[in-house]
Design a protein around this ligand. Structure first.
Ligand SMILES: [Zn+2]
Length: 869
């Protein structure tokens, strides 16, 4: 074992591996003596301790006090837990003094701001993001070293970087996660770090610091922006639109270091220049690593495909985007012994990230003009000759403002411009996402959304909307389909012709909402009706139930006062709510305004067709007391998605129950129990606990079993869900072997990753057959697309309700391994079993996946609020 050393400040002198000997053109004065080193400020050498987020920011603030002309602090918000978010911009005095002009000129050059740029030269903007995964805490330490090095050292490379480039450094993208890790580690470690891998300081407890407050993976969220850290950061990102973005990570202890070029697959729309620059980064980084004798690899494992990462998202926004990965992460602590007996220290990890940071900035500083020119051309092309078959998109409103508004918000956050059609028109044919066929003509209503591909964010638009993304290599790291029309369940057309959107103000067309406030006839209506169609309906229901308003739901569609109402429509009658007195109307109306739900008032409960409001087919909805099982064994995002949905999106109370304590839960305090996927159910749901839960369901409880939880319950006594007999698959394989020479189908060792993926379904889109007459299918009569990530192979329920299922040809998009594809034929995805007075809901997929599958939120809400009433 090598000595464990706390190496202090090794980096800066030995890092300038570049052969550049050109003298600096800097005219600025030497700042070195003017600034505190991190060691002086913190009281310990970088690498000796993990630094809490506020101290990292405090160091940047100290630098800004000492060198106000070279560094500018740009705060951009706060986390859910109240930690500050901030980036720093650094550069030459000349550039810093005109920083705002540089920023706005950049936006004007690429068409994201009105007006003409000034004639001043445009420096490239290089943005390095540290510590998006909170427990990859080497990155925030790296930030301090990079900042100090650039601002204090006199070497030619640093001077060149500062004089040519505006550098933006984000010290911590996920401070809540960072401090969750750092606070924990600092409590665990003794006087001397213990490198023994089994020592407790190397076993981070659930949920770990990787995730955000709500346990989302912030590096899967760049495009969707579901989390507060992402929303605030991306708002800032859009104001800067950097030319280069580097994202700093850590991977497992045994892997040395990874930098660009990335692995395949590359998305087909990555430009030749962007591809070439992946190589350039590799060349610059390898120079530093070779000189120091450090191990690294490139072109493996980390691909450029899924659009919501810190490398791909910038790439699809015209930048050069890349990931850096150091071996270490939450396991490594200050020092850990590796399998080869060497000890990996925090200081070494920092050195590597500092080296790749400086190498990357140097690669920009050596060709500023070329980078700015290429960036400009990228956006010129986007505006004038956009890529992709479709030159415009039409999205039908179909009377559901909530769904459309959610999409609009996503477009706005990504600075994709859109407008309304503004008039009824018929346009030449286009690709119909619903039927996946070309229609001869498309009729466009005035309040349909039109998006033109002729705009700066054209490539991002194309990628987020593409029906099926071309996959050049199937061994990818993530989901392989994300097409927004399917995620939102919005009827969409891709047109090969250009049509220009009208105003982005919604035209005044008579929508389905006939809510008129304050008219004499409606001042005291008999009832209020809310179509059950997307998230605002659910938010409205949650708000009303929380305030103890009695709400009922129509099981069957009905007609009233010349309007049609589908199954699931919420009925809020004055009858039953008398105790609210005069507050009733104001309360219902203000909830509708707050949520944007589609509210209608009616003067009678006597329907034209369907069931009158007093019928048995109009069932009362109760405010469910909801618990969700979390803790060890649950992938944190699977728990976090449920938590975030109730807490942030519905503002509805939920109890998080630790799986280890299920034996002590008083079940009569709950109406709904949600089991997200978990690997520990064999332990959490032992015979005694499972029996108690079954008794509770029998007495009227509702159990919602998602993914692995459904699979765990399948085949157990009392649970109707069953895995299919596996004979069909086995027979097919035998047939195949019989047909050819068996020796031809032996697998090669070199193909082992490929062979393994034939069972995989990393996330692809399937059209689900829905029984929309069942409460689990309410509001989904127009169809539902699932992001399928499991191939559980469930049989149809014999006595229960098969509400969502796949027939033999429901595949829409994305990669499905051939064995997985076979399993997903004639398979149950969503089912409901009645059990005593209660019910059990089985969901083979995760409808809340990463919080971005918008239509899944309605499906999930059906399970919680509608089923079993
Ligand atoms: Zn990471």
């Amino acid at each position: 074992m090598k000595h464990f050393l706390l190496l202090a400040g090794l980096t800066v002198a030995s890092l300038s591996a570049s052969a550049q000997s050109t003298s600096s053109t800097s005219t600025s004065t030497s700042p070195s003596s003017a600034v505190d080193s991190p060691a002086k400020f913190l009281g310990y050498q970088i690498g000796e301790h993990f630094t809490p987020h506020y101290r990292v920011l405090a160091y940047a603030e100290q630098m800004a006090r000492q060198l106000p002309n070279r560094i500018k602090l740009i705060p951009y918000g706060a986390t859910y837990e109240g930690r500050q978010l901030m980036v720093v911009a650094i550069g030459s005095e000349a550039n810093l003094s005109r920083l705002e002009e540089i920023r706005t000129n950049n936006l004007k050059r690429i068409g994201l701001m009105e007006g003409n740029p000034t004639a001043a030269a445009q420096p490239p903007i290089a943005w390095l993001s540290y510590n998006v995964h909170g427990n990859e805490a080497v990155s925030s330490e790296t930030f301090m070293d990079v900042l100090y090095h650039l601002l204090s050292s006199q070497d030619a490379v640093s001077q060149k970087i500062l004089n040519t480039t505006v550098v933006i450094l984000d010290p911590g993208l996920n401070p809540d996660g960072h401090d969750r890790y750092v606070n924990w580690y600092n409590q665990m470690v003794g006087r001397t770090p213990n490198p023994t891998p089994s020592a407790r300081e190397h076993s981070e407890p659930w949920p770990g610091g990787r995730y955000t407050h709500y346990l989302f993976d912030p590096n899967r969220d760049w495009a969707w922006q579901t989390q507060e850290v992402t929303q605030q950061r991306m708002a800032l990102y859009q104001q800067w639109m950097p030319h280069l973005h580097g994202d700093f990570h850590e991977m497992s202890v045994e892997s040395p270091y990874y930098f660009a070029p990335s692995a395949k697959p590359y998305h087909e729309d990555i430009t030749p220049f962007q591809r070439k620059f992946q190589q350039t980064i590799g060349q610059y980084c390898s120079r530093y690593f070779d000189k120091n004798g450090w191990l690294y690899y490139t072109r493996e494992r980390f691909d450029l495909f899924y659009p919501s990462y810190g490398d791909t998202y910038p790439t699809y926004n015209g930048a050069i985007g890349m990931t850096f990965e150091q071996g270490g992460s939450g396991r490594a602590g200050l020092a850990i012994e590796k399998a080869d007996g060497d000890t990996l220290t925090l200081r070494q990890r920092i050195d590597h990230h500092v080296a790749s940071s400086l190498a990357t900035l140097e690669s920009v500083a050596d060709r500023p003009a070329e980078i700015v020119k290429e960036f400009g051309q990228y956006f010129d092309k986007s505006r004038n000759a956009p890529i992709g078959v479709y030159k415009s998109y039409v999205i039908k409103s179909n009377g559901d403002a909530g769904r459309l508004k959610a999409l609009q918000q996503l477009l706005e956050r990504n600075k994709i411009s859109y407008g309304y059609s503004g008039k009824a028109q018929t346009v030449a044919g286009g690709f119909n996402y619903t039927t996946q066929k070309n229609d001869k003509s498309v009729s466009v209503a005035a309040d349909d959304i039109v998006i033109s591909a002729y705009q700066p964010k054209s490539t991002l638009l194309k990628i987020l909307f593409e029906q099926n993304s071309t996959l050049e290599d199937s061994a990818t790291y993530d989901i392989t389909a994300w097409s927004l029309p399917y995620a939102f369940g919005l009827q969409t057309y891709g047109l090969t012709t250009r049509i220009n959107p009208g105003s982005n103000q919604q035209p005044a067309v008579a929508g389905p909402s006939a809510m008129t406030t304050g008219t004499a006839t409606n001042a005291r209506p008999y009832a209020y009706l809310v179509r059950w169609q997307s998230l605002p309906s659910v938010q409205m229901l949650a708000g009303l139930l929380k305030q103890k308003v009695r709400v009922r739901a129509a099981e069957k569609p009905f007609d009233l006062e010349n309007k049609k109402y589908p199954s699931g429509t919420l009925i809020v009658t004055r009858a039953g709510n008398e105790r609210l007195g005069d507050r009733f109307d104001a309360l219902v109306r203000s909830e509708a305004t707050r949520t944007g739900a589609d509210l209608t008032s009616v003067q009678t409960g006597f329907v034209t067709t369907g069931s009158d409001f007093g019928s048995d087919f109009v069932s009362g909805l109760k405010a469910p007391r909801v618990g969700v099982v979390v803790g060890e064994g649950t992938p944190p995002p699977s728990a976090g998605e449920v938590w975030h949905f109730f807490d942030q999106e519905l503002n509805y109370p939920i109890s998080l129950l630790d799986g280890n304590t299920l034996g002590n839960v008083e079940w009569n305090k709950f109406d709904v129990l949600i089991l997200p996927t978990n690997y520990n159910y064999a332990r959490f749901l032992n015979d005694k606990t499972l029996t108690a839960i079954k008794e509770w369901v029998r007495a009227g409880g509702k159990l919602i079993a998602m993914e692995r939880a459904a699979s765990f319950l399948a085949g157990k006594e009392g649970f109707e869900l069953k895995e299919k007999e596996r004979s069909a698959d086995a027979d097919k394989l035998t047939d195949k072997l019989k047909k050819g020479n068996p020796a031809d189908s032996l697998k090669l060792y070199v193909d082992r990753e490929r062979t393994a993926i034939s069972d995989e379904i990393p996330g692809s889109i399937y059209r689900v057959n829905i029984d929309a007459s069942h409460p689990l299918g309410f509001g989904l009569a127009d169809g539902y697309y699932s992001l399928v990530q499991n191939a559980y192979n469930f049989d149809f329920l014999k006595d229960g309700w098969n509400v969502g299922y796949l027939k033999s040809n429901n595949y829409v998009a994305g990669f499905s391994g051939k064995n997985a594809k076979e399993k997903l034929k004639n398979t149950l995805l969503m089912g409901v079993q009645n059990y005593g007075r209660g019910s059990i809901v089985y969901l083979a997929d995760d409808p809340l996946f990463r919080g971005f599958w918008y239509n899944g939120k309605l499906l999930f809400s059906n399970a919680v609020f509608m089923v079993g009433n």
